[in-house]
Design a protein around this ligand. Structure first.
Ligand code: NAD
Length: 480
């Protein structure tokens, strides 16, 4: 089966970049990305390609190449569904905030709405591809909905989870470690559908990297991959706390670990904690699934990854308060970085939100600078927590476009995102304009401790002993 028209429902961090790359690599296929969010679609169609709604290195050029040729962004979902032989579902699947499974299970209402819309519109056979991250066995539910509400149209459901990481999405899409396609490997139609999708990826991905499995394995592999990645972060973060009290250095420990070929060096950076829209929600979902099958120990094992991550964020904020003589009330604290990682404007579940919320509870006055996140988003993130009213958030937190202004007259700086530009600042100038002692809390172990200590900063890094003998920061408990 040759695919000529693709529809992707959901023009977010996954749908946008993924389809832009497919359109680039398959100029003979017309790719239409649809969304109910009019503002988002308008931004994808912005004449100035630098102003598309997602900040992702390399994405503007890929969008520019395909847009108007074989890549289209539209709010006309029905027409795009009708025209396509293959439909990707790439909508959000956040943690439920109500009812059964609240705070744990994935909310599948947007997925179900898509399935019902596909069933209502379709007049010829379709391949429906799950691109969203979904609980294992969701394809069965999709099949039920399509079968019972459809009009005799035949559907094949494939699972094709997305493994891209924000910040490196284009490189990840162009050179994936693997492409996973789960489908009905026991029927001729199923195998044909798998090969139709595989043909698309084969335009630029070596066939050896395209992995075919049954649907359940594919769905579960995505949740498992995120759980393993997050677990590595929580594991090294757990060690960072132990390093701080014993005088070991977490960077040295990570290096020693990473040289073991069985462990490998990636994803061993200790930090203020992981964020992003996926790790937490996918682990919670995994925990919920395990619980619902009565697998108590499995659920508790994975839940611990989240507990450790929450602890790391809280302990970072508590460390700031303790170091600033047990009070931050009325003190200006500067936060450098709001996005959940560098090279993205995505702030979902960013550690900065929780650290700042904690500091605002202690009556600190916060200044924020992030190179890509707008003030409106920062306030929205804090308002969502409902820890205080909206006016109080705006009164006690100020967002600026100038990092030097943000740091001026500050008692302490907290680096919460690993943006490269932070390394290039004139730190002498920043030091001069701060209150003394000038405290710096490096939540990403990003900056050069030796140089900054020489300037005069009192530095607190994650998982490292205090840098100087005369430091105001208390020495590790076991050696003092
Ligand atoms: N963000 C990532 O790094 C990443 C990586 C891999 C997988 N995923 C998974 O991919 C999925 C999408 O994630 P995202 O980050 O792109 O989400 P997102 O929130 O950025 O985008 C989802 C989009 O879907 C749209 N939408 C929802 N219901 C719709 C409907 N019925 N019709 C049309 N549009 C609709 C929303 O308006 C939104 O713009 C999630 O399941 C996520 O877990 C995300």
């Amino acid at each position: 089966m040759r695919i000529k028209n693709i529809c992707c429902i959901g023009a977010g961090y996954v749908g946008g970049p993924t389809m832009a790359v497919i359109a680039q690599k398959c100029p003979d296929i017309q790719v239409t990305v649809v969304d109910i969010n009019e503002e988002r679609i308008a931004a994808w169609n912005n004449e100035d390609v630098e102003r598309i709604p997602i900040y992702e290195p390399g994405l503007p050029a890929v969008v520019q190449e395909g847009r108007g040729r074989n890549l289209f962004f539209s709010t006309d979902v029905d027409t795009a569904i009708d025209k396509a032989e293959m439909i990707f579902i790439s909508v959000n699947t956040p943690t439920k905030t109500y009812g059964i499974g609240k705070g744990m299970a994935a909310d599948l209402k947007w997925i179900e709405l898509c399935a019902r819309q596909i069933a209502r519109i379709s007049r010829n056979d379709k391949i429906v591809v799950e691109k969203s991250t979904l609980p294992v066995r969701t394809a069965a539910a999709l099949k039920e909905i399509l079968k019972h509400t459809g009009n005799g149209v035949k559907y094949q459901i494939l699972s094709n989870p997305e493994f891209l990481a924000e910040g490196t999405a284009i490189q990840d899409l162009l050179h994936p470690d693997r492409v996973l396609i789960g489908g009905d490997i026991e029927t001729k139609d199923g195998i044909e559908a798998i090969s139709a999708l595989s043909d698309i990826y084969e335009k630029w991905v070596p066939k050896s990297k395209i992995l075919t499995t049954n649907v359940w394995s594919s769905e579960l592999s995505k949740l498992t991959a995120n759980a393993f990645l997050a677990q590595r972060v929580s594991s090294i973060n757990a060690m960072s706390e132990l390093c701080e009290v014993t005088g070991a250095d977490v960077t040295e420990v990570a290096k020693a670990l990473g040289m073991d070929s069985r462990i490998g060096p990636k994803f061993l950076n200790s930090s203020v904690g992981f964020g992003g829209s996926c790790f937490q929600k996918d682990i919670l979902n995994l925990v919920y699934i395990a619980k619902s099958f009565g697998l108590k120990q499995v659920a508790e094992y994975w839940e611990q990854v989240i507990i450790m991550n929450d602890h790391q964020k809280k302990r970072f904020a508590a460390n700031i308060i303790r170091t600033l003589y047990n009070t931050v009330s009325g003190k200006k604290i500067t936060v450098l970085g709001w996005s959940f990682k560098k090279d993205t404007n995505d702030t979902r579940e960013s550690a900065a939100i929780y650290v700042v919320d904690h500091l605002l509870n202690e009556e600190a006055e916060i200044a924020v600078y992030d190179p890509k996140v707008q003030a409106e988003q920062i306030y929205k993130d804090l308002d969502y927590l409902e820890s205080r009213n909206k006016e109080a958030n705006r009164l006690n937190l100020n967002v600026t476009n100038d990092p030097y202004e943000a740091c001026k007259d500050s008692h302490a700086i907290a680096v919460l995102t690993e943006w490269e530009e932070f390394k290039t600042y004139n730190w002498e100038k920043i030091y001069e304009n701060m209150l003394k002692p000038a405290f710096l809390f490096d939540g990403r172990n990003l900056l050069n401790i030796e140089e900054l200590t020489k300037i005069g900063f009192v530095i607190k890094s994650i998982g490292k002993p205090a840098p100087t003998k005369n430091s105001v920061v208390s020495k590790p408990a076991l050696v003092s």
